[in-house]
Write a protein that binds this ligand. Structure first.
Ligand code: SF4
Length: 319
């Protein structure tokens, strides 16, 4: 079995408040293999973005890492100095934050922004860097002329592609993309998904794709982590999670995907996620779970392996 490129164990990222810590990410385990596209799904506020930032140590106060480990290859990310971490994030690890297409410099041509990113870490002649920038733009499906354009001249989809080109400029081994298709129409979303898949295919780059949109995951990811209220509900191949979801929350999510083959009523999920300042002592999904048992109120379900590559945190499956 191939060693994971990224291994996260018992990662906890909290937000400091006067009333106590908000446990936004509370004991997450995951592993991403080389060349894998790994999806993280869950409703808004479940901790997906906090998890992404915590994995790369990008959290800002009042967020803080309360414990756990993150290994990237042989590197312990939690032990790195700020300078070493900055070099790693600029080279082997790339992060595409939410709404990053709005963070492009409005007064700089797109190609120059890519060249700037390369020049901060590597030295080539100006001509070489411009050629490299043009190849990068081409690799994410942008025409040559887009390099000479300013961000306001690009559509939303083109801006997102430009952001991806900047992120992959230094040939990262892992790209963490937080909601890269949000605020884009369905056709443009598909183009972005294909651009990410192309990067994996051509460069062998691993990708962690964070999205609340299950249709996006269905199209591109290999393995999917379903997160609920700061914890892992289930991890498995995207096929298993859609065809045979085990956790009651995954079942609700899968049932909410519209089908073009059959007409059926789509049921929502009643209630709200728990307050993470005072999460329920047992299963965090218990107040909304259609299959809850009395024990679920008091016993926290561990994440157990139910089949190779398939893990679920639910007392229906032992634990
Ligand atoms: Fe539902 Fe209990 Fe499973 Fe939680 S542990 S998901 S409450 S059945």
């Amino acid at each position: 079995m191939t060693a994971p490129l990224l291994k996260v164990e018992d990662l906890r990222a909290y937000y400091r408040t006067r009333r106590g810590p908000i446990k936004a990410v509370d004991g997450v385990d995951l592993a991403v293999s080389p060349g894998e596209i790994f999806g993280i799904a869950g409703e808004s506020g479940c901790g997906k973005s906090t998890l992404a930032k915590a994995m790369l140590r990008l959290q800002k106060p009042p967020a803080y890492i309360a414990g756990g480990s993150v290994r990237f290859g042989d590197t312990d990310i939690m032990e790195l100095s700020e300078e070493a971490l900055r070099r790693l994030r600029g080279g082997s690890l790339a992060y595409i934050p939410q709404s990053s297409m709005n963070a492009l410099n409005p007064v700089m041509r797109v190609r120059d922004q890519i060249v700037d990113g390369i020049a901060a870490h590597e030295s080539f002649s100006g001509e070489e860097m411009r050629e490299r920038a043009d190849r990068l733009l081409d690799s994410v499906g942008l025409p040559d002329r887009s390099g000479r354009m300013y961000p306001h001249e690009l559509s939303g989809g083109m801006k997102q592609r430009a952001v991806i080109a900047i992120a992959i400029a230094l040939g990262p081994k892992l790209v963490v993309a937080d909601e890269p298709t949000t605020a884009l129409d369905v056709v443009t979303q598909r183009g972005i998904v294909q651009a990410l898949a192309g990067i994996k295919d051509r460069l062998g780059t691993s990708i962690i794709l964070i999205s609340h949109d299950l249709a996006v995951h269905a199209e591109i990811v290999d393995n999917l982590l379903v997160m609920y209220a700061g914890k892992v509900a289930e991890i498995g191949s995207v096929y298993d999670l859609f065809e045979d979801p085990l956790h009651p929350y995954s079942q609700v999510l899968a049932a909410a995907i519209p089908s073009i083959e059959e007409r059926r009523e789509i049921k929502g999920l009643a209630g709200q996620p728990p307050n993470l300042l005072t999460p329920p002592p047992g299963c965090r999904f218990e107040p909304r779970c259609p299959k809850a048992m009395p024990i679920c109120k008091t016993k926290e379900p561990p994440l157990i392996e139910v089949a190779p590559g398939r893990r679920v945190a639910c007392l229906l499956y032992g634990g």
